[in-house]
Every structure is written in C-alpha cells, then in structure tokens.
Design a protein around this ligand. Structure first.
Ligand SMILES: C[S@@+](CC[C@H](N)C(=O)[O-])C[C@H]1O[C@@H](n2cnc3c(N)ncnc32)[C@H](O)[C@@H]1O
Length: 338
C-alpha cells in the first residue's frame, strides 16, 4: 500500500495506551489546592487526562509536545478541562521559560512527567517514517515542521560517523557492517528500503529475536530528534522549577518513564546526583561544599509494569519508571560535578 494512502486515516487517541497510568496518577496528581503540573510529553493526552481527572479544580496542566498532530489530539481529548489544560508546541527543553508565567498566575509547580520516546500514533502512521514494519518516507522527525530527516542524516554521514551513531544510540553490535551497507546502498529515502539493507547486513545467525532493523531505527530516531541532549537539558530545569517541600505541603515531584537504557541512564544519574547532595571528593574527611540532598527517591530503583499490563499493552514491555520529590531548594549538583 503506498504511504500516502494512510495520510487521511482518522487518528484515534485511544490507539496510544498510557503506560503505568495509575502509578503516575498516584505520584503526580494534586487533589487539593492551586498548583501546576507539567506533562512534558503530552502525546495523545492519556496521562494528562488521567492527571487532570484526579487533580483538584484549581490545578492546571501544561502539556508540551513537538508534534503538532499529537497536540491536536491532546487538545480534543482535554477540551472538557477548558483553560485548565495549557498546550504548547515546544520542545521540553524550553520547560523553565514556558512554565514560569503559568506558575506565577496559578500556583507552585508540583509535578512533571516525562513519558519519553515515540508514541504508538507516530509509529503507526507510515508517512511519519518511524517504523520499519510499514513503508513510508524516511523522516522520523517528531516535529515535521523543522529539522533534518533521517534520510538527510543517512545521506550526509560518512561510514565511520554512521557506525558511531548506530553504536552510541542503538547499542548495535553490527554497526560497522550496517553503516558500510547503508553507504553502498544510498540514497535511501524510504523506511522499507533502509530496513531491507539493514536486514541483509546483519549475519543470518543473529537475525532471531527482535527485528534486525530495530536498533538502527532507534539510533536514527534519537539522532534526528536530539532526544538525549534535549532530555539531558530539560531534566535539570524541571528539578530547578518544581517547588521544594514545605512544612505544610509536599514537594514537587518528577516522574520519568523511559524505554531504553540510554534515557534511563540520564534520569538515574541526574536523580542520584540530586539525592546525594554533597559533591566533595570522597577522600575529604568533612564536607566542604555544604550541599545537601535536594530530592528524595519515590521509587526504589526503577519500577516496572506488571506482567498483566505488558500483556495488555506490549509497548509497556521495556518501560522503567523513576520518580523523586524535591525536599529542599536547589541548586542540584550536576552529575558531572560528582
Ligand atoms: C510516548 S509519547 C507520550 C504519550 C502520552 N503520555 C500519552 O499518554 O498519550 C511521547 C511524546 O513526546 C513527544 N516528544 C518527544 N520528544 C519531545 C521533546 N523533546 N519535547 C516535547 N515533546 C517531545 C513525542 O512527539 C510524543 O508525542
């Protein structure tokens, strides 16, 4: 079926089932009082709708998404909440500046959710070029209104740079072989053509299990959207922006749902640094930096979905949830300071 056949297919927000939604609501909903909650990746609005439903009438939710199609869906889904839902077409690394005026007019920032990665709606629409399962243009931009496509990247990088990208962002064992095959076969302009080239480049004995193109597609998507850089820039902003706990109120909470180890590693390191406080070298007998813990963990390590949730929603399979609560004002130490 040509890719364009699907362009006007009606898109159903229910096609994306939110992961660990009860746990996210338990952690982030604000049942009473005036406050702001941010959904940094509002997508089809599944988590956002559950958070608004479980929060009091004076709580406003700011939803970010880079994808105008996702925002249109979220806007429809959250329409019943009127101006309690503020939706912005912006990357979440613009969190601090975007949220400040809403906090000033509403109340403290008490929750931030990141549900990272790609949504089922993006994956299922072949014309967005995220999936190796259906043929479409090799695009992969979360924001199709700007930036370079996956086809541009594949066309421009030399073999060593392409291999490094596949290794770093896809943890791909056969990065050099795949990169060499891509360079020989280009220009590659469709997902189907790329998937074929990658599959042929992977040794037959290693083709069991996940589709051989899985890691290549993940790596290109991360690079096209600068996913790790943007998340690494946004999370410290969230830590800074949430309200610290006070005598009569809990602190602002941040929850991160990640789907691969590269994203999870960033959350783990940033949260660990903020929970540890002191940045003195371990050989110093007493603390000289005077920094104390800024957050306390709310999950023990990473929380995983139950088998029942994974059976119902296969996208939850690789999900990891980490959450913290801010217990004291910053500044939080950056992971590299430790
Ligand atoms: C997994 S989906 C979120 C689904 C959502 N929680 C729901 O319940 O429908 C991730 C969303 O984050 C968006 N996204 C990815 N990177 C982003 C960024 N840097 N800034 C803003 N949105 C981003 C994607 O476009 C996608 O719609």
């Amino acid at each position: 079926m040509p890719a364009t056949c699907l362009l006007h297919r009606p898109v159903d927000a229910a096609a994306h089932e939110p992961v660990l939604v009860d746990e996210v609501v338990r952690l982030l909903a604000v049942p009473v009082g005036a406050a702001v909650v941010v959904d940094a990746t509002v997508g089809a609005g599944g988590h956002a709708a559950a958070l608004l439903a479980a929060s009091g009438p004076d709580v406003r939710l700011v939803g970010f998404d880079r994808d105008p199609d996702a925002l249109a869906l979220a806007r429809r889904r959250l329409a019943a909440y009127g101006d309690r839902a503020v939706l912005v077409h912006a990357p979440y690394d613009e969190l601090a500046d975007t949220v400040a005026p809403v906090v000033a007019s509403t109340g403290p920032l008490l929750g931030v959710l990141y549900d990272l990665g790609v949504s089922s709606l993006q994956l299922d629409r072949s014309e967005r070029g995220f999936s190796f399962r259906t043929d479409g243009p090799l695009d992969m931009r979360m924001d199709p209104t700007s930036g370079r496509t996956a086809a541009d990247l594949v066309d421009e990088l030399d073999a060593p740079a392409l291999a490094a990208l596949l290794r770093d962002y896809g943890e791909e064992r056969f990065a050099r072989r795949i990169a060499a095959a891509i360079v020989r076969a280009r220009p590659l302009t469709t997902t189907g053509a790329l998937a074929e080239v990658v599959t042929a480049a992977v040794p037959a004995a290693a083709r069991g299990g996940v589709h051989p193109a899985t890691r290549t597609f993940q790596a290109l998507r991360i690079a096209v959207n600068a996913e790790l850089e943007r998340f690494g820039a946004s999370l410290p902003q969230a830590l800074e922006a949430v309200a610290p706990a006070a005598a009569d109120a809990r602190g602002g909470r941040i929850a991160v749902l990640s789907y691969h180890s590269l994203e999870d590693r960033i959350a783990k390191r940033v949260f660990a640094a903020a929970a540890a406080g002191c940045v003195c070298p371990p050989q110093l007998p007493v603390c000289g930096c005077g920094r104390t813990a800024v957050v306390r963990p709310l999950t023990r390590g990473a929380q995983r979905p139950t088998d029942a949730e994974v059976a119902r929603n296969p996208r939850a399979r690789s999900a990891k949830l980490r959450a913290v609560e801010k217990v004291a004002p910053g500044p939080s130490p950056r992971p590299e300071e430790r």
